[in-house]
Design a protein around this ligand. Structure first.
Ligand code: ATP
Ligand code: MG
Length: 310
């Protein structure tokens, strides 16, 4: 049995993979609103874990807790790095500020509403993303910035990394144009490249396929699968586009009204009555094989439609 219902064995990864991220009893309150209500799940190392659910289910709030934008009201968020030395350092993200989560725990994210520096060039956006690493190489001194061999080497590495990821997301030719003038799909790819330039062990993507056409969505699938396989990192994916989620996810957790209602493989979740109810309501029964066919363009703010049901 490689899938679990919401209430049992919440912390196992369905494939049996090592848990990279373990979320235990995560709760986030905004005044009287329980945006995230006692959620637990584990995300496997070198796996794609999708977090899906209707609008307002709490998905982005989970990301905001993981990346230090919000301090969770309750819960534990543990990230365990794999390491050849067998040390496997452990980070409790709920205790760390956003800077250390990015820099030490190495969690990177993209945003539901794209957040690039629109007037900077594509290449500059990738260089700015690496400024922490460069500052560290400078020893945080002015002399270090200008004089040290270590800094020059770090700067060269940063440029190499930027070049590499520009190539991977097919933006090399656009390196010198302003990020804001790129088409929407290219801006989404640039956000992923920017996150990858920080060399994360966990990449959190908030609706990367929103606004993409079907061809761009298919290309995104390939990019994410290659990142997973080649970089051997974990990917957490919030996505409404089921042609992306069902095709590339190793594991899916489903949220509704702040609670986890299902957790398992794509096959398990797709057929889970609790998920069907959450997306369609009690009465509507003739859904089953939607996602594969005719997906219209979606925007983040768009309500649930045929194409974004599991
Ligand atoms: N900073 C905040 N203050 C108050 N309420 C918030 C805040 N952030 C989120 N919420 C509320 O928490 C709930 C969950 O929001 P969240 O953005 O996490 O949903 P989501 O699953 O990402 O939805 P969508 O698919 O529409 O992006 C919503 O009711 C939202 O209005
Ligand atoms: Mg959201």
């Amino acid at each position: 049995m490689n899938a679990q219902s919401a209430d049992n064995d919440a912390l196992a990864v369905p494939s049996g993979a090592r848990a990279l991220l373990t979320v235990e009893h995560l709760t986030m309150r905004f005044g009287g609103l329980l945006a995230v209500d006692d959620i637990s799940f584990a995300a496997g190392d070198a796996e794609i874990t999708a977090i899906i659910g209707p609008n307002g289910a709490g998905k982005t709030t989970v990301f905001n807790c993981l990346t230090g934008f919000y301090k969770p009201s309750e819960g534990r968020l543990s990230l365990r790095h794999d390491s050849e030395s067998g040390q496997q350092p452990l980070f409790y993200l709920e205790r760390m500020d956003d800077y250390r989560i990015a820099d030490a725990a190495r969690v990177a994210r993209t945003f539901q509403n794209i957040r690039l520096f629109p007037t900077m060039s594509v290449l500059e956006n990738l260089m700015v993303a690496q400024h922490h690493a460069l500052l560290r190489a400078s020893g945080f001194t002015l002399l270090g910035l200008f004089g040290s061999r270590r800094y020059r080497r770090a700067e060269k590495d940063a440029i190499e990394r930027a070049r590499y990821w520009l190539d991977r997301v097919q933006l090399t030719e656009q390196a010198n144009i302003s990020a804001g003038s790129l088409p929407y799909g290219a801006q989404r790819r640039l956000e992923i490249a920017r996150a990858m330039c920080t060399e994360p062990v966990l990449l959190c993507l908030d609706e990367p396929a929103a606004g993409l056409n079907p061809r761009e969505s298919a290309e995104l699938n390939q990019l994410l699968l290659r990142i997973k396989e080649e970089q051997e990192i974990g990917i957490l994916l919030i996505e409404h586009d089921m042609s992306v989620v069902m095709e590339i996810s190793d594991h899916i957790a489903v949220l509704d009204y702040g609670r986890k209602i299902s957790d398992g493989t794509a096959e398990f979740v797709r057929n889970d009555p609790a998920v069907i109810r959450a997306y369609l309501g009690e009465e509507d029964e003739e859904q089953e094989e939607k996602g594969e066919q005719g997906r219209e363009q979606e925007r983040p703010e768009q309500e649930q439609s045929e194409s974004n049901r599991p």
